[in-house]
Ligand binder design. Structure first.
Ligand code: C2E
Ligand code: MG
Ligand code: MG
Ligand code: MG
Length: 285
């Protein structure tokens, strides 16, 4: 009856809250020592020039392997890191690691690759971010125009008053800015003209069904048109098949990224992959 099922539901609810809290505490506990134990790595996913098929850059994606927990995906640990403030030291490590890697690639003759780094709202709100960025650029002799920061739209909206100044200063360094997961979250178009951004990344949820769902296709088409009207470059994310790649290219999307081209790779695999890719393009030409 209703009464007993109500009690069961309440009981289930308590258990699941308990489990969520427990899991969070456990993640937090392990996250605290993850940097010290060198449990993080960065993988790099290629971004492709839609016109030429050439790799023009990568997005650095954080990976966490803990001996007890195994591989924990960013979708699980980034929110915990943000809530606990641990994202600051972790984000600093990502920034340094990415700048160091770009520098190593430059020395190996790949200075034309752009390194895109995901930035959390917590980092964006940190007054120390600019000095940090500046110091790594100097330390690793990075070309600022070959660095790009990806910021998610919802993050921008939550911190819009703070963000404008910081983004302006980053822009003045010569570093590129892009809006990640565009079209999800808190869609206000007003900030597109207030923020000094260079690129929009069309969220993968729209790309996924664009060939089957006319609404998704309309959103992708309109986003590309809007971006171009504002003088921005467009990046299609989550491209998993040739049909999506061709359609995005036909609509004028400048860059493509997704499993269809490559999964996120470690640095050695990436250099190897890029070599094979270049060879294929040259043979076709
Ligand atoms: P994001 O920045 O939007 O990154 C794209 C995500 O889509 C990555 O997931 C990538 O592996 C995945 N992806 C790429 N191509 C495809 C595809 O064709 N199909 C599908 N289904 N997925 C694809 P990942 O690496 O799990 O990262 C998830 C999110 O975690 C990122 O989304 C980003 O918001 C956050 N993140 C990752 N690394 C960092 C970091 O270093 N710092 C911060 N603050 N956030 C990060
Ligand atoms: Mg991103
Ligand atoms: Mg994204
Ligand atoms: Mg995302």
């Amino acid at each position: 009856n209703a009464k007993s099922s109500g009690r069961d539901a309440a009981c289930l609810f308590d258990v699941s809250i308990d489990q969520v809290v427990h899991e969070r505490q456990m993640l937090e506990q392990h996250l605290k020592s993850a940097l010290e134990h060198q449990e993080f790595t960065l993988l790099y996913q290629p971004k492709i020039d839609a016109q030429t098929g050439q790799m023009v850059g990568v997005e650095a994606l954080l990976r966490w392997y803990n001996p007890e927990l195994g591989q924990v995906p960013p979708s699980r640990f980034i929110p915990v890191a943000e809530e606990t403030g641990l994202i600051k030291p972790i984000g600093t490590w990502v920034l340094q690691q990415a700048c160091a890697q770009w520098s190593a690639w430059r020395d190996a003759g790949y200075g034309h690759w752009v390194m895109a780094i995901n930035l959390s709202a917590v980092q964006l709100a940190d007054p120390g971010l600019l000095d940090l960025l500046r110091s790594y650029i100097v330390q690793y002799r990075c070309e600022p125009s070959q660095l790009e920061l990806e910021i998610t739209e919802s993050h921008l909206m939550h911190n819009s008053h703070l963000a404008v100044g910081t983004l302006q200063a980053i822009k003045e360094l010569g570093v590129m800015l892009s809006i990640d997961d565009f079209g999800t979250g808190y869609s206000s178009l007003a900030y597109l003209k207030r923020f000094p951004i260079d690129k929009l990344k069309i969220d993968q949820s729209f790309v996924r069904d664009m060939l089957d769902d006319p609404a998704d296709m309309a959103i992708v088409r309109a986003t590309i048109a809007l971006g171009h009207e504002l003088g921005l470059r467009l990046v299609g994310e989550g491209v998993e098949n040739q049909g999506q790649a061709q359609q995005l290219t036909a609509l004028g999307c400048e860059e493509l990224q997704g499993y269809f081209f490559a999964r996120p790779l470690d640095s050695n695999s990436l250099v190897q992959w890029a070599g094979v890719q270049r060879h294929l393009i040259e043979r076709r030409a």
